[in-house]
Ligand binder design. Structure first.
Ligand SMILES: NC(=O)c1ccc[n+]([C@@H]2O[C@H](COP(=O)([O-])OP(=O)(O)OC[C@H]3O[C@@H](n4cnc5c(N)ncnc54)[C@H](OP(=O)(O)O)[C@@H]3O)[C@@H](O)[C@H]2O)c1
Length: 434
């Protein structure tokens, strides 16, 4: 959470540096109340209050959620709180989670899973996971409750079946095409499909267009921040994206916002690990793979045909410490011997008043994408970041002199789940009713 004093300092810095801020969370926005700054919440509200024609037949929404972990369980809490209130605005007669699954078990309840008792029900009454049966139960529950004359779940009509994947699993994401062929829309914070093999990605996009189903994954980049929807808005209104640069990892944001020349880089990594900011193995963050997946997603949205394996990624894990042969303990023990590489880059940057930041970049004009440790001048918005915030800077034809910025927490259960929830509502609103 940003402190108000920092917020206004940050705002005035941005004004000086000719950047526009799209989103930082409500506290900052309250503190300067200017029309040129749009809060994430405002954006969400705008997206959700569009005048849509009210169709005659109420919709029946059946949701299957795979992965009720940190994000999935927060989403279930949010749905429990909102479902009833959403029926009228969505012109729906039913809005229910009818299936839940973790890596071992599934709970199928066509009438609706108990949103306050699901944990015990899944553990005690769950049956072995069967993804095929899971998917077909979601679609048949939507059809049964809709009173649709057509039993075909892939046809337009009042039955809206949505699969929400809150896992990080390849096994689940590789089944998206099969799920969609059964009539399901897909909503996910899981990056595995969006950054997976390009051929599969195109296959799903084509399928979605032909079958009028949606694949939405806003929360894969910047969690609840409106990053992908902002990009869509720019592209759909005819802007030309020149470049997207982003600090896309909360962990690496924290590490480089904390690290100053003179410190030992290994001490900052150890501190981040002790605070629980890193994955159990910090190399999962420092390898840059997670950031690279986000960059692939953004690059593809810009029309670049990028494969994860082909992308240039500056790993912050020293070569001799990579691979499963080196344990986490051994890695942490040996890390101080490799401090010099980051220290020299940071000292060089500081000598000219700059900072180093670990950044994902999509250079649309050059047709390239990558993840690098770069130097930025002290006046750049990346240099003003604090804590573990994410920041994405869009340079476009319209926002060339004063790039558009989205900033805020890029992780966390509630904000990420809300990002997934907004996608879910978008999917429901755009479901082909006829
Ligand atoms: N945490 C964040 O702040 C954040 C932010 C943005 C995006 N995300 C993304 O959101 C997703 C979920 O993250 P999380 O932090 O909620 O993870 P998590 O707490 O580890 O939960 C993962 C869930 O997925 C289930 N699961 C794993 N493999 C499965 C499989 N093969 N089949 C069915 N279920 C499976 C797990 O079940 P078991 O309990 O049985 O293992 C668990 O319920 C990830 O893709 C992550 O990258 C997270």
């Amino acid at each position: 959470m940003l402190h108000a004093a920092f917020s206004s300092r940050f705002a005035s810095k941005l004004k000086q540096t000719n950047y526009q801020l799209l989103s930082v969370g409500s506290q900052l926005l309250k503190s300067f109340g200017s029309n040129s700054y749009i809060a994430n919440n405002t954006w969400t509200a705008t997206r959700m209050s569009r005048d849509e024609p009210i169709p005659s037949q109420p919709l029946s929404v059946a949701i299957g959620l795979i992965g009720p972990g940190l994000i999935g369980s927060a989403l279930l809490r949010q749905i429990a709180k909102q479902a009833e209130k959403l029926l009228a605005p969505l012109h729906a007669s039913k809005f229910a989670v009818v299936g839940l699954a973790n890596s071992r078990q599934m709970l199928l309840r066509p009438e609706g899973v108990g949103l306050h008792s699901w944990e015990g029900d899944l553990a005690e009454k769950g049956e072995p996971l069967d993804l095929d049966r899971f998917a077909s139960t979601i679609t048949s529950a939507a059809i049964a409750a809709s009173g649709s004359p057509s039993p075909d779940p892939t046809a337009p009509g009042p039955a809206c079946a949505v699969l929400v994947d809150c896992t990080a699993s390849d096994a689940v994401s590789s089944a998206y095409p099969a799920f969609m062929k059964q009539g399901l829309h897909i909503v996910t914070p899981n990056k595995k499909f969006g950054a997976g093999p390009l051929a599969q990605y195109h296959e799903l996009r084509d399928l979605a267009e032909r079958r009028r189903r949606r694949f939405m994954y806003e929360a894969t980049v910047g969690a609840g921040l409106p990053v992908i929807s902002t990009l869509h808005g720019l592209l759909e209104t005819g802007d030309r994206v020149i470049k997207i640069e982003g600090i896309l990892s909360g962990t690496l944001s924290y590490i480089f916002n904390t690290y100053k020349p003179g410190m030992r880089f290994s001490d900052v990594v150890t501190d981040a690990q002790a605070r629980g900011y890193t994955e159990p193995d910090p190399r999962d963050d420092l390898s840059g793979l997670d950031v690279a997946r986000k960059v692939v997603i953004l690059a593809r949205e810009c029309g670049l045909e990028v494969e994860l394996e082909d992308m240039a990624v500056d790993s912050l894990v020293p070569e001799p410490l990579r691979g499963p042969g080196v344990s986490v303990e051994e890695y942490m023990k040996q890390l101080p011997q490799h401090d010099e590489s980051v220290a020299s880059k940071a000292a060089e940057a500081a000598a000219s008043g700059g900072v180093v930041r670990y950044v994902g970049c999509v250079d649309v004009e050059a047709g390239s994408a990558g993840v690098t440790l770069r130097t930025y001048p002290g006046s750049h918005p990346f240099a003003q970041l604090s804590g573990s915030d994410n920041m994405v800077v869009f340079t476009t034809e319209r926002y060339r002199d004063r790039p558009l910025i989205v900033r805020g927490p890029g992780a966390g259960a509630e904000v990420t789940a809300a990002g997934v929830f907004v996608d879910l509502l978008q999917v429901i609103r755009s479901h082909p009713r006829a």
